[in-house]
Design a protein around this ligand. Structure first.
Ligand code: GTP
Length: 596
């Protein structure tokens, strides 16, 4: 295809503003998906995506569109909408020349609208502002067109209005995409350079890699190299999605499509990497490749220890399709054999956990999520701590924690509540702007550790669901952090160790001790529960002793009844974990580690 006739664009929006619905409508209008094949959210292929209504992996679809008399090719690149996947979003955007900035006409601009808009601006994309859901009785298109125009600096009259549900205005939007989005430019006779913006594992075909060709041409059977690793492959298949995979001879300047090389693991075909020829290839990579960096860690253990090999296999399988998922074996005195697993963020953690339980049928305990700490000892030795129980002992000079830049948007009546919340989470306010008379944007620097634990829920409840949040990692800061240990009958329980700010250590210790006293049944002896920083005890509770004489309940000589009772007691013991001398029911771990 002549690059002049190609338009590469994406749709960016806050969650639930209707991106997938609009994409569906475009597929239908361009005839790519016939009416009877149409099912809601065609592009969201994973079950969990469909159920939760979120887009996790991005996809690209080629659609023909005649604007006036000229046949054009539109490549629509679907981007994931959630904060955890910012890097994937930014790579998808880098494959486009323009974007549709979609805003719900009943809601207005939200935090992810802004975050995505900033990413689009960084990538120099042409931005087409669009209000969606104009069919809703609650829509206020004039008001929000003004808000949007003010934000991106255009005329309110240039803000398009559509209903992705009824299809109203969507044809006009496709015409505007052709008119406003620049055609891709590249050097046709240069060695091929293509940027990977997505990489998906397929059980039958191996890894399917999505690329945009920037320069030159990639053809069937070409030998290619990945520029970040030097790994080489043969192109077994090259083609476009329209919307199903359709093989082609090759892809040239500006074209978007897929490659299959037979690799089995997405880590060999990484988002952001540049593909070129093995011989006579380009020497300079397309900018911006970054390795995905796990930000949040959690210990994941099978409830039934014999499931350990099944858990390992399941993680291996998930990693084939998720370059950001990292894990290594870990043993806990309390929980047995498991894995320390690294995630991009909390949503990523939840999705993986849910997939392990649902797709692989595993029952799991996950320890409280924690961030990665940098620790410098007085003798200059550096440690990276991904598990609180491995916090180094000895003379610590300096502890650092990751921080994020957070953007919060809410009606102005909630400013006070938000400021209070951010204050208790050790936030530092960086700025505040009114988007309109009644809506405000607040910017904060916050420790990531304070966000990963129930921040979002707290924010929603304090603002009655009206606030939205987006954040991105911005580096590290030194902080007064300490490790709090929990001891049962004098033995440290590694799964309950936590790294907390010193001002919150006492409250944490008291809360955990009280919670455990409720959860641990009485034993034959008294069980002290202590919270301690180093050797200093900061909280104490006691589970009083009981003489558990179950047999005394059976009067006289009913042997079979006695046996039944003994067996029942044995059953119960199976689900107990021994922590030192103390029997702790499995449920106690789950309940104590759950956030509330
Ligand atoms: P993510 O993929 O999770 O980011 O969400 P999304 O932006 O794709 O939103 P989605 O398309 O799933 O739409 C969210 C909800 O809004 C769904 O219930 C849609 O049916 C509804 N919706 C989308 N567009 C319209 C519209 O034009 N009018 C009305 N009334 N509802 C719409």
């Amino acid at each position: 295809t002549d690059p002049a006739l190609i338009r590469n664009f994406c749709i960016i929006a806050h969650i639930d503003h209707g991106k997938s619905t609009l994409a569906d409508r475009m597929l239908q209008l361009t005839g790519v998906v016939e009416q009877r094949q149409m099912r809601a959210q065609y592009l969201d292929r994973m079950d969990i995506e469909r159920e939760r209504g979120i887009t996790i992996k991005s996809q690209a679809v080629r659609m023909p569109w005649a604007a006036g008399d000229t046949a054009h090719v539109l490549n629509m690149i679907d981007t994931p909408g959630h904060v955890d996947f910012t890097y994937e979003v930014s790579r998808s955007l880098a494959a486009c020349e323009g974007c549709v900035l979609l805003v719900d006409a009943a809601q207005g601009i939200e935090a992810q609208t802004l975050a995505n808009l900033y990413l689009a601006m960084e990538n120099d994309l042409t931005i087409i502002p669009v209000l969606n859901k104009i069919d809703l009785p609650a829509a206020q298109p004039d008001k929000f067109a003004a808000e949007l125009a003010h934000l991106i600096g255009c005329d309110p009259g240039d803000v398009l209005r559509v209903s992705a549900k009824t299809g109203e205005g969507v044809e006009a939007l496709l015409d505007e995409v052709v008119r406003q989005v620049p055609a891709p430019v590249g050097v046709a006779d240069a060695p091929a350079r293509a940027m990977i913006f997505d990489s998906v594992y397929d059980a039958y075909r191996g890894v399917v890699t999505y690329v945009k060709v920037v320069d030159g041409r990639l053809g069937h059977r070409d030998r290619i190299a990945m520029m970040s690793t030097g790994a080489t492959h043969e192109l077994l298949e090259i083609g476009v999605n329209s919307p199903e995979m359709t093989p082609a001879d090759g892809l040239s300047v500006g074209e978007v499509g897929y490659l299959i090389t037979g690799v089995k693991d997405v880590r060999q075909s990484k988002v952001g990497d540049t593909v070129t020829f093995q011989r006579g290839g380009a020497t300079e990579a397309l900018g911006g490749y970054k390795d995905p960096k796990p930000m949040v860690f959690s210990g994941i253990y099978p409830i039934d220890g014999s499931d350990y090999p099944a858990l390992r296999d399941a993680l291996e399988k998930l990693q084939l399709n998720d370059a950001a998922l990292v894990y290594e074996p870990e043993t806990s005195a309390a929980l047995g054999f498991g894995f320390r697993v690294g995630f991009l963020g909390l949503l990523h953690l939840e999705v993986i956990r849910e997939r392990l339980e649902r797709e692989f049928g595993l029952d799991l305990i996950a320890t409280a999520p924690n961030v990665v700490y940098g620790v410098t000892m007085e003798d200059g030795v550096e440690h990276t701590v991904t598990n609180p129980s491995e916090f180094p002992v000895g003379k610590v000079a300096d502890v650092r924690e990751p921080v994020v830049r957070a953007t919060l948007i809410a009606p102005s009546e909630y400013i006070g509540a938000i400021m209070e919340l951010c204050q208790t989470r050790r936030g530092v306010m960086k700025g505040m702007d009114y988007l309109s008379e009644e809506r405000v944007e607040l910017r904060y620097t916050l420790p990531l550790a304070e966000i990963v634990f129930d921040f979002f829920d707290a924010l929603k409840s304090k603002t009655r669901g009206y606030a939205s949040l987006d954040y991105e990692p911005t580096g590290e800061q030194a902080a007064a952090l300490v490790k709090v240990d929990i001891l049962l009958h004098g033995d440290k329980v590694d799964a309950f160790s936590a790294i907390v700010h010193k001002d919150k250590a006492y409250a944490y210790g008291v809360k955990m001790a009280a919670k455990l006293r409720e959860l641990i049944p009485r034993q034959q002896f008294e069980v002290p529960i202590q919270a301690a920083i180093g050797s200093r005890v900061i909280a104490r509770e006691t589970v009083r002793a009981i003489r558990k004489d179950v047999l005394s309940k059976c009067y006289g000589g009913d042997i079979s009844r006695k046996r039944k009772l003994l067996e029942k007691q044995k059953e119960g013991k199976k689900r107990m974990k021994m922590v030192g001398r103390v029997e702790v029911p499995q449920e106690a771990f789950i309940a104590a580690l759950s956030s509330d």
